[in-house]
Design a protein around this ligand. Sequence first.
Ligand SMILES: CCCCCCCC/C=C\C=C\CC(=O)SCCNC(=O)CCNC(=O)[C@H](O)C(C)(C)COP(=O)(O)OP(=O)(O)OC[C@H]1O[C@@H](n2cnc3c(N)ncnc32)[C@H](O)[C@@H]1OP(=O)(O)O
Length: 295
Amino acid sequence: MAAPMRGMSVLRQAFQGLVRPAGGQVCRQVQHRCYSTPGHVQVDMNSETGVATVRLNRPPVNSLNLDVLTELSIALEKLETDKSCKAMVLASAAPGIFSAGLDILEMYQSTPERCVAFWRALQDAWLNLYGSRLITMAAIEGHSPAGGCLLAMSCDYRVMAEGKFQIGLNETKLGIVAPFWFTDVMLNTIGHRETEKALQLGALYSAQQALSIGLVDKVVPLAEVMPTVEGELKNWLQIPAAARVITKTSMRKAVLDRLRSQKEKDAQFFADFINRDSVQKSLGMYIASLQKKKN
Ligand SMILES: CCCCCCCC/C=C\C=C\CC(=O)SCCNC(=O)CCNC(=O)[C@H](O)C(C)(C)COP(=O)(O)OP(=O)(O)OC[C@H]1O[C@@H](n2cnc3c(N)ncnc32)[C@H](O)[C@@H]1OP(=O)(O)O
């Protein structure tokens, strides 16, 4: 029998027919299809409900490197073109973490060529997520700083676990600046005044604080995150899809087009910015502070 998944009772898993096939990966019988498991992004498609669950799976903290971002982008593209797919839940396979954001090691002492490739992969993953026709929901069962917060904010709805977890765009604390499209998404989510404060301070919020400024939509105990997302999805799935998609597209188009029109310039700008001596020094100090935490 497969190991119980977090936030899901053993009984419910048994009911849903979780089995471990010969390949050793967890799949569900009959109505479920897992079409990408060996890498860092697991996709579990429930063909009965049309809901796909996409789990980031790069322990310990789901930091987003070139591989993860490329896999995420491909997974999102596949779901977008799958006519049976109506909704997507973005979640994590790593306990206690949604995503630690961009892999800092992709930005520290890297080559300009790698930086550009990495940034393009991030742009594509974000364009696919923010521009998706699907209903997208983030199940935030752990910390979600920086790029993790961007992914969550880019979904249509966010449910976060209560407790010690934090979410926010903390870039300034690393001595870097949130790119304009991160800022645009936050502006669209929590408004101008809160975004100004949040970005300048590099603020990380508890789930309750995030709820109070509208950064997340619901806060529930950890075990209730997935069931709450599933419950909310039922409401969203009742709305006529064409009307919902047109509404979403028209509200997000300006922000998406702003990046689409300057992707290469943005990637080049990132590579130049990140390789400045002062930025590299700040990143080096931040990495050291993360490591010091342990000693
Ligand atoms: C003028 C305009 C200019 C615009 C230019 C644009 C430039 C913009 C550039 C970049 C934008 C970047 C956005 C980002 O996403 S930056 C990433 C920010 N992320 C963070 O600050 C999170 C850091 N991590 C943590 O705070 C914690 O790890 C936490 C997520 C809270 C989990 O804590 P815990 O469970 O205690 O785990 P550990 O801290 O022990 O971490 C375990 C190991 O993982 C390593 N780690 C953690 N985070 C990252 C990361 N983001 N990237 C790479 N590695 C990470 C950590 O060092 C531990 O490693 P080890 O076991 O080897 O010590």
